[in-house]
Design a binder for this molecule. Structure first.
Ligand code: ZN
Length: 149
């Protein structure tokens, strides 16, 4: 458990200091805004979906280390994937941070596995899942404000 906690802090700090895909892509077909009022996290997720695949993704926003790192890692994990794959990943990630054992464990989370560390800090679960909820709203092209309360 200690190793996982160290890895968790290391990976989160790295992505917080150097967020990946922290930009509005040249092409945007859909986007959504998310807020986590509990912590003050804000994120906008931009997507360009072509032939059922998220070929471009980026985000902007401000928030705590966990929300920023989660958004950064979410964009890395999702880029190039099909909408179906992204939905599976979302459910798997959500299951990971909320300890929901009913979620299909066959979906490979890769580096996202470090977010299992969030379960030790229940108040941070909303920080970690904000970007993902906002991503799903963008996929559905709701364009509306998502709050994680
Ligand atoms: Zn937060």
């Amino acid at each position: 458990m200690t190793d996982m906690r160290d890895l968790y802090q290391e990976v989160i700090l790295d992505h917080y200091k150097k967020p990946r895909n922290y930009t509005k892509p040249a092409n945007v077909s859909q986007q959504a805004d998310g807020r986590n009022p509990l912590c003050g996290d804000k994120v906008t997720v931009y997507l360009f979906v072509k032939d059922g695949r998220a070929t471009e993704i980026g985000f902007e926003g401000s928030g705590c280390a966990i929300s920023t790192a989660s958004a950064s890692m979410m964009t890395e994990s999702v880029k190039g994937k099909t909408v179906g794959e992204i939905e599976k990943l979302f459910h798997r990630f959500h299951g990971l941070v909320t300890s929901d054992k009913s979620v299909d464990p066959s979906v490979d989370l890769g580096k996202l596995e470090v977010f299992s560390g969030v379960r030790e800090f229940p108040v941070r679960v909303k920080c970690a899942s904000l970007a993902w909820h906002t991503l799903m709203a963008a996929l559905e092209n709701k364009g509306e404000l998502v709050t994680t309360e």
